[in-house]
Design a protein around this ligand. Sequence first.
Ligand SMILES: [Zn+2]
Length: 190
Amino acid sequence: MNLEKYELKGDQLPIMTYPEPVLSKVAKPVTDFNKDLEHLVKDMLFTMYHAPGIGLAAPQVGESIRLFVLDVDYDRETVTNSAGKEEVRLSGFHPMVFINPVITGTSGTTTYEEGCLSVPGVYEEVKRHKTIHVKYQDLKGDFHELEADDMLAICIQHENDHLDGVVFIERLSNLKKNFYKKKMLKEKVR
Ligand SMILES: [Zn+2]
C-alpha cells in the first residue's frame, strides 16, 4: 500500500467501546509484516475516516497488537448531491501508520480537549507532552524516527496509550474518571 497516493478503500470495521476488555489489555508487538497486516491497516484507515476520527488504534477494532493509524490533516465537507441529499465528502488525506511505536523523548506540556471513538460523547481536557520523539516501524518493517509537536504529538500519545491498555478517561482526575467509568458501564448494560 502506497500511503503517498492513498485511496479511500476498504471495509468499515466495528469499533469497540469502553469497557470492552480488549481496550484495557497491553497489546503485543507486531512480528509479521505481511499482506494481512496491510489489509488491516487499509480497513483501519477506512474506518477512521468514516467514523470520522483523526486516529485509530488496533485494539479499538479488537486486534490486540501494537499498531495505530492517524491523520490530523484531512478535509471533511458536507455537500448536497444531485439527488438533493446531504453527503459527506472526504479529501486531502495524509495517512500515517505507526507500528511498534516507542516514545523515546518528551518535552513541555500542553492540554487539549480530547475525544475517543471508543468513548463516544465524552470530551475532556487531557494533559500531554507538547513535543515527543517517537521511533516506529512502517508496513515493510523498516524503522523510522519522528519529532512531533502539538496536535500530532497529542494524537500519537492518545493512540499509543491504547496500545498500553489506557483509554483517555484514565488520565482524568479520580472524580471524573469514576464518573465516566460508571456512566459507560451503565450505557453498556442498557
Ligand atoms: Zn482513542
